[in-house]
Design a protein around this ligand. Sequence first.
Ligand SMILES: C[S@@+](CC[C@H](N)C(=O)[O-])C[C@H]1O[C@@H](n2cnc3c(N)ncnc32)[C@H](O)[C@@H]1O
Length: 399
Amino acid sequence: MKRVTIEKLDNLGRGIAYVDEKICFIPACLPKEVVDIELTSVHKNYLEGKVVNIVKTSEKRIKELCPYFNECGGCSFLNLTYLDSLNIKKEIYEDLLKKNKLAVNLEIVSNINDFNYRNKVSLKIENSLVGYYQSKTNNLVAINECLVANKEINRFIKKIYLLNLTKALVTIRCNYLNELLIVINTKEKCNCDIAKLTKEFKIAGIIFNDKCIYQNNYFYEKVNDLLFKVSYNSFFQINPYITSKLFEYLKQFITKDDVVADLYSGVGTLSIVAAKKARRVYSLEINKNAVLDGLENSRLNKVDNITFFKGNVNQTILNIKEKVNTIIIDPPRSGLDKKTMNSILNIKPQKIIYISCNPQTLIRDLLILKEFYTFDAIKLLDMFSYSYHIESLCVLNLK
Ligand SMILES: C[S@@+](CC[C@H](N)C(=O)[O-])C[C@H]1O[C@@H](n2cnc3c(N)ncnc32)[C@H](O)[C@@H]1O
């Protein structure tokens, strides 16, 4: 056992301390706490540990409300008040910026519902128990509910036995009407009690191993005054309130003569927000169903100035023949690949609106873009309250 002082938190929300001058990462502790730890793994350049005893407790620590805290691999900051969790995320972000010598102001957009905000969860079923895997393991942590999941999803979790599955992966999505879209992947035969499920819940569809076995393989989601068809395997933002704030914010940067490229466009959400104001929008997305949803969503929301390109952004961006003056980027966690970055630097739009779910790749890409672009603020959108994940948005202007 070692006694250490936690200096700060890393970008995965873990405490950082030093053991014999070697960096050690320790989950579920807070800055300035003195803790006794056991080492859980020893690597060449770093150690990992777990708290066995808190010797000096941070004045910010609160009793976590969730019985699965530090077990289920989910929320990292349930041992803080919501306000303190936001402050700590800001500190972690500031640290990353400082390390990379970027001077940028951070503005936080907080969540209106810090609990029950997630409209989608993916759960494991094993031996008929339902839960999440403990971080970095295949050990199931069985749960009765998830504090950050939508209440209707939690009601469903309590009845998940009606799916009659012993081993499966089940994704549950919930829309603005409290309709559920259930996606099941399993090697087992389908034995779902659909009659009972539909009596208890508004089921928009059940998809069993990619085959729709009840109603539809999509549902509709509404954000502000816009309606979106979302197929069972299309991406959609998991936090409706923060998504509505994102739309409102994006709108401010689009003007009527803009020609916009929306890279990584999903079901066309940001494209449609932009298309309501811009002259033309090019919407680039790799997932075929999401592109088809996007086409339907343009019709639903009465916009006829979007051109969709299906395929890898690093190729389809070359299909745009018109001069683009604004690029919206909302990539997966990996950020921009080299080819896409080069294409953007060739186009050199007046404005880039970069939305990211991974501060590290955003900062990596900003360090390249800063040669040609100015930016002075990053908005932290608290899409994933209490988890260490941070959504952020940065507007860049051509020098
Ligand atoms: C973070 S989501 C953003 C979606 C959309 N902007 C939204 O807000 O709903 C990223 C999207 O990029 C798509 N994607 C991932 N890699 C891609 C690539 N190389 N080329 C095009 N699209 C890609 C995914 O299918 C997903 O829809």
